[in-house]
Write a protein that binds this ligand. Structure first.
Ligand code: NAD
Length: 270
């Protein structure tokens, strides 16, 4: 295993959209930290298998479940399968997300709904079912100080407007208030709810940008730290946020963005 610190030992983590990109890295790091991992995926069977085989190769264990997070029946079915296999979960990472970009005048209702349904409604459905499990189990001190943890994989675009991506920014902005409201509602029950807001992380979602030298250069100009993020940058943070080391943290968004939210254009003027 990569990490020797087993901060999540004995816990079960569900990671949505774990067949590639950030979700795959989070699943692997959570397993390395001792969690059994439920690898949710939508359509990439091979990617999900790769996540599991890498976890197993490193000495961990997990379970693959195919489900579209935007469909209520598939989400409740996934949780029923988890209940049978592991009884409960301790950690939910709402990572599954998509982009379908268009200018506002050209954006179809289908493009709007696809993104809202996956990114926002999917997060709601998965969180609702996780909370039911957390409430049922309460605090199990041998595993964690809290009854459960939810981590939303948000985006810097929960605060940075993004022309041509109204559906995406609305979904991420909405996710932020969903996260905060759940954090407020559930804190007395010792359930922690937080977000990680990544900047530009090198995955399939933005391959068009980083594989084009000119667009890549423009992107780097927006990142004071001078590099794109790697999925592991987010995964390491997710493990820490899920662990008892972060037990007093709830209702917060942590930006992991190489300074993208620092208004880089002001470095040379203003
Ligand atoms: P990705 O395209 O590599 O991964 C997205 C994952 O979500 C895939 O595994 C996909 O199969 C899954 N998914 C999509 N629709 C689904 C559905 N209906 N049900 C279940 N799974 C579904 O992209 P990524 O960069 O790894 O993105 C992961 C998350 O991080 C997303 O929420 C994204 O918005 C967010 N994010 C990414 C970046 C970045 O720069 N890569 C920046 C900010 C936020």
């Amino acid at each position: 295993m990569k990490t020797t610190e087993q901060h999540l030992k004995g816990q079960v983590a569900l990671v949505t959209g774990a067949s590639g990109g950030i979700g795959q890295a989070i699943a692997m790091q959570m397993a390395a930290a001792g969690a059994r991992v439920v690898i949710n995926y939508h359509s990439n069977d091979k990617g999900a298998q790769k996540t599991l085989s890498q976890i197993e190769k490193a000495g961990g264990s997990g379970l693959i479940i195919k489900a579209d997070v935007a469909k209520e029946g598939e989400v409740t079915g996934m949780y029923a399968e988890i209940a049978t296999k592991y009884k409960t979960i301790d950690i939910l990472v709402n990572n599954a997300g998509i982009q379908q970009d268009n200018s506002i005048a050209a954006m179809t209702l289908a493009e709007w709904q696809a993104v809202i349904n996956t990114n926002l409604t999917g997060s709601f459905l998965c969180a609702r079912e996780a909370v039911k499990m957390f409430q049922k189990q309460g605090v199990a001190p041998r595993r964690s100080k809290s009854a459960g943890k939810i981590i939303f994989i948000s985006s810097v675009h929960n605060v940075i407007p993004w022309a041509g991506h109204a559906n995406y920014t609305a979904s991420k902005g909405g996710e932020t208030m969903l996260m905060k409201t759940l954090a407020q509602e559930l804190a007395p029950q010792k359930i922690r709810v937080n977000s990680i807001a990544p900047g530009a992380i090198k995955t399939d979602i933005n391959k068009k940008v980083w594989s084009d030298p000119k667009q890549n250069e423009q992107l780097l100009e927006m990142i004071p730290y001078g590099r794109m993020g790697e999925p592991e940058d987010i995964a390491n943070l997710a493990v820490w946020l899920a662990s008892d080391q972060a037990d007093y943290i709830t209702g917060t968004t942590i930006y992991a963005d190489g300074g993208m939210t620092l208004y880089a254009s002001f470095m040379h003027g203003g």
